[in-house]
Design a binder for this molecule. Structure first.
Ligand SMILES: *Cc1c(COP(=O)(O)O)cnc(C)c1O
Length: 438
């Protein structure tokens, strides 16, 4: 084993070698024997318009023969310029400046650094702390892990991490005040308000995954929580960082999740779907107010010092421009609506009432199914049984790459999936569950 894979106990591969993918076409991945797998999780949530999408392939190919990369300090290029223009026309009003990076974690790093440097440039260097939600996930670099409420990723590296301020996030799937999505007024926001009040003098900002904490077991909250958070961060005089790396570009049903709460954050972090899963790219979109705090004479020493070698890569920007053209040309957000409804219904039809299902929750394209040994008594599976992992392997055998998250299955397919393929995927998922638990 020469290759060390991410998020993997490599010893598992002694018994179960990695699926060797040879090519991809649409929603399908093919191994070297020609077996097809439905890419049920969009290759870690990045693919929107299918593998080998002809439009994106053509756009990247044309760019490749013109300019594959150039230093982005002191130079610019057409794909980045077009992408910035397109993005700014689509993001919530008031976001006017784009800073590029090359992966999600680095967009979060850049947003955290930019937020703090903003206050320093304004003469308030003591504003350097961040609030994040329990179970939040913002990437796995050391800075990002400081705002990671998902203990699984952060705890093992505690000595390397600058601890920030954790606030209990919404737990809507088991709402302690017994509200429904319709009656909710985000009563649980109180804890956040207390933390904002207690730390106001030293707070740089609050970071949140709007509407869905994806890696944090797909915890979902209604837009009212976001709306309250926007008002409260404004009142507390700190920034709001919206990490839409997973939920951006249509995953929650709207192009950006923030739209559903009609809010404009101070920083919007984007990545994953931005190139429709073709090439790595990310960006932080921010406001004039933030940009202006850095815009000074050279001697004032207020520029934003942060760079990556592949910042604003032209190939990735070309893929992103074509991705946004597809959104526009095919009216994707509207076209997605019946597919989203079908996916949610298909999963519910098969799993609601199942003896091992404790919860099914959906927001837009994201539908998650929690499994438990005894849902009635709230008894989970024994962790050592690795139930979710075994279901994942059964699903692969049946032709679906349906990665588990612990004992949870989730569906987050590319938008080009058809209604029939959604049914097929849901059938495979149920078969896989029965094969393990039946
Ligand atoms: C995936 C993800 C990140 C990190 O992005 P990488 O490209 O994997 O570094 C950050 N925030 C959220 C919400 C994510 O889902």
């Amino acid at each position: 084993m020469r290759i060390w894979h991410p998020c993997t106990q490599m010893k598992d591969h002694e018994k179960h070698p990695p699926v060797f993918i040879d090519r991809g076409q649409g929603i399908y991945l093919y191994d070297r024997e020609g077996r097809a797998y439905i890419d049920a999780i969009s290759s870690w949530w990045v693919n929107l318009f299918g593998h080998a999408n002809p439009r994106i392939t053509r756009a990247v190919g044309e760019q490749l023969s013109r300019l594959s990369h150039v230093i982005f300090a002191g130079c610019t290029h057409a794909p980045a310029e077009e992408l910035a223009t397109r993005l700014l026309a689509l993001v919530p009003a008031g976001l006017t400046r784009v800073f590029f990076a090359d992966n999600g974690s680095c967009a979060v790093e850049a947003a955290l650094k930019m937020s703090h440097a903003f206050w320093r440039n304004l003469g308030q260097p003591e504003k350097c702390r961040f609030i994040y939600l329990s179970n939040g996930y913002h990437g796995e670099t050391a800075g990002a892990l400081g705002v990671c409420g998902d203990r699984l990723y952060a705890a093992p590296f505690a000595p390397l991490i600058i601890p920030q301020i954790e606030v209990a996030g919404p737990e809507c799937h088991a709402c302690p005040c017994g509200k429904t999505r319709e009656t909710c007024d985000a009563e649980c926001f109180e804890g956040m308000q207390v933390a904002l009040d207690a730390n106001a003098d030293t707070l740089s900002g609050v970071i949140i995954e709007p509407l869905v904490q994806c890696a944090g077991s797909f915890r979902m909250h209604p837009p009212v929580y976001l709306a309250k958070l926007r008002r409260a961060t404004q009142a507390a005089g700190c920034h709001l960082i919206a990490d839409e790396i997973a939920v951006g570009f249509g995953r929650t049903g709207s192009l950006f999740a923030c739209e559903q709460a009609a809010i404009t954050p101070d920083f919007l972090c984007l990545s994953k779907g931005i190139t429709s899963g073709t090439l790595p790219l990310s960006c932080v979109v921010t406001t004039d107010a933030v940009f202006d705090a850095f815009y000074h004479d050279y001697a004032d020493d207020k520029a934003f010092l942060h760079s990556h070698s592949y910042t604003g890569n032209p190939l990735a920007c070309a893929a992103a421009c074509e991705t946004l053209r597809i959104f526009e040309d095919d009216d994707v957000i509207a076209a997605n609506k019946p597919k989203i409804a079908h996916l949610q219904a298909a999963v519910r039809q098969r799993f609601a009432g199942h003896r091992h299902v404790s919860d099914i929750r959906s927001t837009g394209w994201i539908t998650a199914v929690s499994l438990a040994a005894d849902p009635e008594k709230g008894r989970p599976f024994d962790e050592r049984d690795r139930t979710g992992f075994r279901i994942y392997r059964e699903a692969v055998k049946r032709g679906a790459l349906l990665r588990n998250l612990g004992d949870m299955l989730y569906f987050m397919p590319p938008y080009v999936i058809t209604l029939q393929e959604i049914d097929k995927l849901a059938d495979i998922a149920l078969d896989a569950v029965e094969a393990v638990l039946g």
